[in-house]
Design a protein around this ligand. Sequence first.
Ligand code: SAM
Length: 231
Amino acid sequence: MADALPPLIPGTLYLVATPIGNLEDITLRALRVLRECDVVAAEDTRRTGQLLRHFEISKPLLSYFQFNEARRSEEIIERLARGEKIALVTDAGTPGISDPGERVVRAAIAAGQRVESVPGACALVAALTASGLPTDEFHFVGFLPHKSGQRRNELTRLGQLTGTLALYESPYRIEKLLGELAEVMPDRTVVLARELTKKFEEYLRGTPAELIEATKTRTLKGEFVVMVAAV
Ligand code: SAM
């Protein structure tokens, strides 16, 4: 069967989704692209190195982390122009969703290079589909700004939209966010999707006030997707 698969296309940037916790969530195609590409462009070479080792893949790694991203995008584009097949991976999930992959993709497209998606795990999709909230209309806003005033303005604006809201939040700001939601959208149902695909995966549901009450008896740790039901 493997012989029948078409080879990778030279000069293509492959956006390879990687697991968001559970290593079984890598796809067969992701493994093949990682094995057959010329180089793996990684957000964090140490982290991606561990992933590749787990799957017994040995490949040159190129770092494009945010700090030197502009220069690394150039290098990626030069390599694509030379006909290299590049697998781009981020720390976890689908490259381009709230991570530095987005800018590399834009630079590659602007330079006329071919970009192909190798779909797989994405925290947003995993969370939303199991949240029980409507999925026919949803607004994904990634991470909110850090400054309190900007956050409040953004939440007020988002509160006027129809459809489910979905956002990413760091564990350090999750309680702050619940406090803000209690002020701006006190009557909404909030679903916190925590540690998806990992050992302590759970969904916490309630109004912002109910969830704040829950944090009095436990600390909210780990990675979160926060979803808010429409009115
Ligand atoms: N590109 C990734 C994706 O496809 O989901 C997201 C990258 S973003 C830098 C990282 C954020 O995604 C985390 O702060 C958290 O909000 C969310 N996330 C990632 N893995 C998660 C998990 N296992 N459970 C819950 N949220 C997760």
